[in-house]
Design a protein around this ligand. Structure first.
Ligand code: HEC
Ligand code: HEC
Length: 397
């Protein structure tokens, strides 16, 4: 082998080893981030940590089956205060670029991109500064309140080691956020231990059904147009998102408790989640900028999309958790435009059986890549089988 090819070969071997080796120990900063992520004292009142809405056993999304089966949004530290969207995965989010425009909006964090990364240069760290202060989440009155709780915690020596000994609220609060982001990026959270990773590393074969699902995912069903499935440059492992935004035309989720929280949602049942467009509007952009983005949400990763503690555990899908199974959302992609709109009186009773309710936002719906895919039932099932290969924690015998 010539030198260049040897180098490529060794690099490939290393990538394969990294893809399949179990989580190595955490660095000090990652360990600090882990302590912060699971600390239930960092809310007002005490009792809620990040993990209460981003549980390990479900791929760092909503860990309560009953909530997922209904409104799919989680209650904050103050009883009765519910958020308005389904928690997306806090894992595999670390490569999202700073929100920017390049013929379309790309990057940022949250379903609507509003943790842009424009302040800290890192959307993931910027996101981590939000929940502690959000009245519908951990509800602390100020960054100082969070920092003081951290300094009073059992892990304050580690905190000072990582973040310095000089008391400085702004610097400390930024360090809190960057440490959480470091943990979220660590190979304990962003593990790459799914069967699909082993498959990409050449260590196992997919079943015939999974392989058919992958072929459809990358072909006829066009899923990979947005949920990137192939390794990137330098063999970077695919994260199943291209960080762009789309309106899929998902219906409202009438079980969302946010409709009944007048203090936080004066519009009540008339409230519409405008996604990226809503954020760009609130940020002072002209209607020429925000109108084309109304109803668009960020493409989520599909890693761990099926990860659940038991077969009977229900997970919700989409920004408002409207869908309750992978089969349902795949059927929606397949038939949204092929089935009639439900009679409003019947809407939501038997979605997708012979009709779909009207979309929450009817503008800017993507019709080119979804809506009438012409998949038969076997093909829908194959795609679902493929999605199930994306769950971390596979151990090769
Ligand atoms: C009460 C539930 C709740 C708590 C507590 C909570 N989150 Fe979230 N998280 C959510 C919801 C809901 C969203 C989506 C919000 C949106 O898009 O507007 C979200 C979004 C995120 C995202 C964005 C992922 C992406 O791809 O855009 C990350 C990362 C995240 N949370 C991490 C954290 C961290 C770190 C903490 C603790 C500091 C935390 N969350 C606490 C509910 C929660
Ligand atoms: C044009 C881009 C695009 C294509 C093509 C696409 N998706 Fe998506 N996908 C998205 C966006 C955007 C969302 C979030 C939309 C929302 O919540 O309003 C999403 C959400 C999902 C979710 C929910 C994940 C979660 O955590 O809630 C699943 C599952 C999914 N897509 C699977 C698929 C499959 C399977 C296909 C092919 C049949 C597909 N997607 C095709 C953009 C796309």
């Amino acid at each position: 082998m010539e030198y260049k090819r040897i180098v490529t070969y060794v690099a490939m071997l290393l990538a394969v080893a990294a893809a399949t080796s179990p989580a190595a120990g955490l660095s000090d900063q990652e360990q600090l981030g882990k302590n912060l992520f699971f600390d239930t004292n960092l809310s007002e009142p005490k009792g809620q940590s990040c993990a209460d809405c981003h549980g390990t056993e479900v791929g760092f999304t909503g860990p309560d089956s009953t909530i997922n089966a209904l409104g799919a949004v989680y209650e904050g530290a103050v009883p009765g205060r519910f958020g308005n969207r389904k928690p997306p995965a806090a894992s595999y989010a670390g490569d999202s670029p700073v929100l920017h425009w390049n013929r379309m909006w790309i990057g940022g964090m949250f379903w609507d991109g509003r943790a842009t990364g424009w302040t800290l240069g890192d959307p993931l760290a910027e996101q981590a500064q939000g929940p502690f202060l959000n009245p519908l989440e951990q509800n602390n009155p100020s960054p100082r309140a969070v920092v003081d709780k951290v300094l009073a915690s059992y892990y304050s020596p580690l905190f000072k080691q990582v973040c310095g000994v000089t008391y400085n609220v702004t610097g400390y609060y930024e360090c809190v956020a960057r440490s959480i982001a470091a943990y979220e990026r660590s190979n304990e959270v962003t593990a790459f231990t799914s069967r699909y990773d082993y498959y990409l590393a050449g260590k196992l074969q997919l079943t015939a059904q999974e392989a058919q699902g992958l072929t459809l995912f990358e072909g006829k069903a066009m899923c990979a147009n947005c949920h990137t499935s192939k390794p990137g440059p330098n063999n970077a492992r695919p994260l199943f998102t291209d960080y762009t935004y789309d309106n899929l035309g998902i219906p409202k989720n009438p079980m969302n408790p946010f409709y009944y929280e007048p203090e936080w949602n004066p519009k009540g049942l008339a409230w519409v989640d405008e996604g990226l467009g809503g954020f760009l509007k609130s940020n002072g952009n002209s209607s020429k900028v925000y109108q084309p983005e109304m109803g668009k949400f960020k493409v989520p990763t599909l890693r761990n999309v099926d990860r659940r503690p038991s077969d009977t555990f229900i997970k919700a899908y989409g920004h408002n958790g409207y869908f309750k199974s992978l089969k349902q959302i795949v059927h929606f992609y397949n038939t949204r435009d092929a089935l009639p709109t439900c009679n409003p009186k019947m809407a939501g009773l038997m979605p997708g059986v012979d009709c779909w309710p009207a979309p929450e936002v009817s503008k800017n719906i993507n019709k080119a890549e979804m809506g009438n895919l012409g998949l038969n039932n076997t093909e829908e099932d194959a795609i679902v089988a493929f999605l199930k290969t994306l769950s971390d924690g596979y151990v090769q015998q």
